[in-house]
Ligand binder design. Structure first.
Ligand SMILES: Cc1ncc(C[n+]2csc(CCOP(=O)(O)OP(=O)(O)O)c2C)c(N)n1
Length: 284
């Protein structure tokens, strides 16, 4: 663990409430544009809450602090989800929420490193994040910087050859400072990931590539936190991956039960309805 610093602001706020706040902010941004990858944001909110309010070291007021853990969003189309947690963490000011996706906004609809504090890479060309993460993790080690690199990727990226080249080099270089987070929502643009290009048995594949692998329910905060703790504490000279099985649209039942596609259509009047439904489930 990074000896110098651990972000503890708002330590009295529960992770459940953090995740709820992330969902709420994402829905509010979706409402601004009338669209957005909201199914993914609602699904990954618990993992993001645990990342930014349990696992990561960072200084909100100094997003480029050299000692920070790096969080790479390989899936640039999930930007709405990352903006929500960056706001919740105080890295992005909340009053910019209203600018989401607009010209001159610091929050474009796909993640761009040069626009947004806390957006480490310009992801979005799928399958690139893990390779970048391997390079960063190697660089940090050579500089004797004890920070971790987290790469957040999707199940769709498991169908990219570049992911597996990166996986091989991560274990070749014994990158015990690299933690890959996979959002396994089993959805891609054209259908279910398992029906498009099946990557199962996934745990066995990562293990065979030399990684320490865990697979948990990504909407069970207790399990998510335990997986982060185990990945960080492991004393083995190899990279770690956590596969999170998540439910798209989690927290808004009428969207959850809709025939889910990669891009969930939300009608103009449904944004406020979704926010109202979320409000009913607000944790204490
Ligand atoms: C290399 C590459 N190919 C295609 C796309 C277009 N694209 C954007 S999102 C997406 C869906 C990918 O599925 P997944 O990453 O599992 O995301 P989810 O459906 O969970 O959002 C695709 C094909 C892209 N961004 N990059």
């Amino acid at each position: 663990m990074n000896a110098g610093y651990r972000h503890r602001a708002g330590a009295n706020v529960s992770l459940e409430l953090r995740a709820w706040n992330i969902r709420r902010k994402a829905l509010m941004m979706g409402e601004v544009q009338g669209q957005g990858y909201i199914g993914q944001a609602l699904g990954i909110a618990d993992v993001l809450a645990a990342s930014y309010f349990h696992a990561l070291n960072y200084k909100p007021e100094e997003p480029e602090w050299e000692g920070r853990d790096r969080f790479l969003l390989s899936i640039g189309h999930y930007a709405i989800a990352l903006y929500a947690v960056l706001m919740e963490a105080g890295i992005l000011p909340e009053d910019e929420l209203e600018t989401y996706g607009m010209d001159d906004s610091r929050m474009p609809m796909s993640g761009m490193a040069s626009y947004t504090p806390g957006m480490e890479i310009t992801g979005g060309s799928l399958g690139q994040g893990l390779g970048i993460a391997v390079g960063m993790a190697l660089g940090l080690k050579r500089k004797k910087n004890p920070a971790f690199v987290y790469n957040m990727m999707s199940d769709g990226e498991l169908g990219e050859g570049s992911t597996w080249e990166a996986a091989m080099s991560g274990s070749h270089h014994k990158l015990d400072n690299l933690i890959c987070l996979i959002d396994f929502n089993n959805q891609q643009a054209d259908g279910k990931s398992t029906e498009m290009l099946c990557s199962e048995p996934l745990d066995a594949k990562w293990e065979a590539f030399g990684w320490h692998c865990q697979r948990v329910n990504g909407n069970d905060l207790e399990a998510v936190v335990a997986a982060f703790d185990a990945a960080r504490a492991l004393k083995e000279p190899r990279p770690r991956v956590i596969i999170f099985d998540t439910t798209m649209c989690k927290g808004v039942p009428f969207l959850e039960s809709r025939e889910i596609t990669h891009f969930v259509r939300v009608e103009a009047d449904e944004w406020s309805k979704a926010l109202a439904v979320l409000e009913e489930g607000k944790p204490q």
